[in-house]
Design a protein around this ligand. Structure first.
Ligand code: SR1
Ligand code: MG
Length: 436
């Protein structure tokens, strides 16, 4: 990629709100979709995530969403970040389109100079995280996200894709290094070391942060997952599939923001989603709501975690059992006799059990990074009283430590669901939480 003197790719510039109509006017297909001309369009800045600019544009005939990769972290302008990340978000959308259908927004246009993606405007959808904070019942969110992950990962894994295709993809997405570095540092490493960008509730969470830095058992388990992230190119994963990466209505769900895409362990995606439901469960304990409402909503969250895992597992197995074209791991003519078919059934169960073990471990890492780390989440930030916030965070860290260091206790989703309320007894002293 040619770099101009300012270090950005040749021709790149940051679009402001006021630039958007003129920019869109240069893309005939989008002009037709909006109807009218620039003077008829309204532009809304709706950026919500940490990294990018996002605008919704409405015209007389329709609307679109314009997302531009900024050359820095949107919420931290001194932190440079490669705009090429938009290439990988675009490639993720293109690669998954045949498999996920309406599970993602429709892609309309990609601009490789301004690193802009124009896509379907999702309205009246809201970010799932917002819905969870507000205590909304969104019955499709968990099963649809599970189906999306199963469709995306099965079809790009060695169970469905020939290795030549997969290796080409691995090589392409391996170049997404700026964002993989963020995951490597912010998600997989920072919570266990001292680093300038770490944030946590001070002074209340000092004890937990210090304990994490010296806990050899915990850091060993974390390093095992880090090794998995580096070496296990199991499937094309989203890489950042938290509740801020899902947009929902009561009957529609779309997975957005695939810029962290890479080939990696499937459990990173399933774990991210479950982690954010678990943190929502703990955060609700500190929200100022009537006790009966709070209890009912927490029960609903636990139910969604169970539904999410069951849906993912069933969908993945169904895809595998019904695949007409096998990948190179288990060619179609390999296990055809009775003994072979029986063995294949066992192999499938083992494969899903390994994804489950990864799911549990990556869920733990995802909770830790949101509580001791740079990128905090609104679920907790809305709790203004810091001690109250910390007391709603400590159980997530205590559970995460157990998930990582005592995996034998969490062989199935029922064990995780049982543990969530039990760990609510954890407090600000990390040693006192060890017996839970
Ligand atoms: C610099 S903040 C980076 C984080 O924001 C994104 O939402 C990802 O979660 C990433 O880890
Ligand atoms: Mg994002």
């Amino acid at each position: 990629m040619d770099k101009a003197q300012d270090g950005h790719p040749e021709g790149y510039r940051v679009l402001t709100h006021d630039d958007i109509p003129a920019y869109i006017a240069g893309v005939p297909a989008i002009v037709a979709q909006l109807g009218g001309g620039p003077a008829d369009w309204t532009v809304r800045d709706v950026a919500d995530g940490n990294l990018n600019a996002v605008y919704l544009v409405d015209g007389p005939a329709g609307g679109v969403c314009v997302k531009q990769a900024l050359p820095y972290v949107r919420v931290h302008h001194d932190w440079p970040l490669a705009v090429e990340r938009a290439l990988f978000e675009h490639a993720y959308m293109v690669r998954l389109d045949p498999f996920v259908g309406r599970g993602a927004p429709q892609l309309y246009h990609f601009d490789p100079t301004l690193f802009t993606i124009v896509m379907e405007k999702l309205e009246p959808h809201i970010i799932l995280r917002k819905g969870l904070i507000e205590g909304r019942h969104l019955p499709k969110a968990a099963p649809d996200t599970a189906t999306f992950i199963a469709n995306a990962t099965f079809n790009t894994s060695d169970l469905a894709a020939p290795f030549e295709r997969k290796f080409e993809d691995i090589a392409h997405f391996a170049r997404n290094q700026a964002l993989l570095r963020i995951t490597m540092d912010l998600v997989l490493t920072d919570p266990y070391r001292e680093v300038w960008r770490n944030r946590y509730v001070r002074p209340h969470m000092e004890g937990w942060a210090a304990a994490f830095r010296t806990d050899v058992e915990l850091k060993t388990a974390v390093a095992r997952q880090r090794m998995g992230f580096l070496t296990n190119t199991q499937a094309l994963i989203h890489g950042d599939l938290h509740s801020g990466s899902v947009m929902v209505t009561e009957d529609d769900t779309r997975v957005i923001d695939g810029e962290f895409a890479s080939y990696g362990p499937i459990g990173l995606d399933t774990g991210a989603f479950i982690a954010n439901l678990i943190m929502s469960w703990y955060a609700h304990g500190a929200y100022d709501r009537p006790e009966a409402d709070r209890r009912a909503y927490r029960d609903w969250i636990l139910e969604q975690i169970a539904i999410f895992w069951a849906t993912f597992r069933d969908r993945f197995l169904t895809l595998w059992e019904n695949a007409t074209e096998a990948g190179d791991a288990y060619p179609a003519d390999y296990f055809t006799d009775t003994a072979g078919k029986a063995r294949l059934a066992t192999i499938r169960r083992d494969y899903l059990d390994r994804i489950f073990a990864d799911t549990v471990a990556f869920a733990a890492l995802k909770m830790n990074r949101r509580i001791i780390g740079y990128a905090q989440i609104a679920d907790y930030l809305v709790i203004e009283d810091l001690e109250r916030r910390a007391r709603a965070q400590a159980p997530a860290l205590a559970l995460a430590r157990a998930l990582l260091t005592r995996p034998e206790r969490f062989a199935d989703i029922a064990a995780v669901l049982d543990a969530i309320p039990r760990f609510e007894r954890a407090g600000l002293d990390p040693d006192a939480a060890r017996h839970l």
